[in-house]
Write a protein that binds this ligand. Structure first.
Ligand code: NDP
Length: 280
């Protein structure tokens, strides 16, 4: 006769079989957020959001490699970040260099565990004035380069059966922000890519997610907002928390998504936006 028992997790089972098979109880605690021993590549990690993602990851033990086009900026940032931070000069729009970049990182620092596709560019122009060259330039950096680097990293992560990839998306993928047609198109496409790649890679232990920052105070947003006070007011009006975010707000979210704490999270885009995406 079947008997009902309670497993250590509080789930009921029959005949005690689940009790016998139950996984050992886990100790909850901050250790699940640790990135000790992990190697992380953060594109565009010398400034703004990327720099704070790097700082947050270094703080929890990761070896972090930041990239960008300006060596002086990267040099300064690595000194600022301290032990655990390194840089490589790399232009993500040079798609032919993606395999070599990952190869060099793995040769110098060991298997790449975490890729953060953070580098991005924006341009504010009415859609009717956007040239084909403008449009292609934004799409190339924010989309084509993201795919090329992700593919290069995933070709190593998937056979190893582990890794995590984080895209930095934007509110521009969720609703119509005027004068950023190419940027919005690139970020919307990245959101689609996250779902497909998560669907293809997750069974092999590689999780793919995005963070969709709201309005975060960085050089990029300052340039867009300072010249356009009306835009700044509109952004604030629909942000329930009533303030802009800090780059470290994105850094903490990236640590979560990269860590064991998020081991059952894949294919999502996490808004970190003070409620901007649900504001009226
Ligand atoms: P920043 O302009 O401060 O940082 C962009 C970084 O990307 C720079 O370090 C830059 O370095 C690097 N970069 C740009 N082009 C290339 C390239 N071709 N190759 C390598 N690196 C490159 O902007 P943010 O920190 O604000 O933006 C970071 C990400 O966050 C972007 O993807 C952006 O779209 C996204 N985001 C930002 C929001 C905000 O409010 N700030 C809101 C939503 C999304 P260098 O010029 O030296 O190459």
């Amino acid at each position: 006769m079947a008997t009902s028992v309670l497993t250590p997790n509080g789930h009921s089972s029959t005949n005690g079989t689940a009790l016998a098979m139950a996984a050992p109880a886990e100790q909850p605690g901050l250790h699940v957020f640790s990135l000790a021993g992990r190697v992380a590549l953060i594109t565009g990690g010398g400034t703004g959001i990327g720099l704070e993602i790097a700082r947050c990851m270094v703080a929890v033990g990761a070896t972090v490699i930041i990239t960008g086009r300006r060596e002086s900026v990267l040099q300064e940032s690595v000194v600022d970040l301290g032990e655990g931070a390194h840089y490589l000069v790399n232009d993500v729009s040079d798609l032919g260099g993606t395999d070599a970049l990952i190869e060099q990182i793995e040769a110098e620092y060991g298997p790449l565990d975490i890729l953060v596709n953070n580098a991005g560019i924006n341009m504010k122009k009415p859609a009717l004035e956007v040239t084909d060259e403008d449009f292609s330039r934004i799409i190339h950096t924010n989309l084509n380069a993201v795919f090329a680097l992700t593919r290069a990293a995933a070709r190593r992560m998937v056979p190893r059966g582990s890794g995590t990839i984080i895209m930095i998306s934007s509110m521009a993928a969720y609703y119509g922000i005027d004068r950023v047609v190419a940027y919005a198109a690139s970020k919307s496409a990245v959101e689609g890519m996250v779902k497909v790649l998560a669907s293809e890679f997750s069974k092999d232990g590689v999780r793919v997610n995005a963070i969709a920052p709201g309005f975060i105070e960085t050089e990029m947003s300052r340039t867009a907002m300072n010249s356009d006070p009306d835009r700044r007011d509109r952004a604030m009006r629909r942000t329930p928390m009533g303030k802009f975010g800090k780059p470290s707000d994105i850094g903490h979210a990236a640590v979560f998504l990269a860590s064991e704490a998020a081991r059952y999270v894949t294919g999502v885009s996490l808004p970190v936006d003070g409620g901007n995406s649900i504001g009226f």
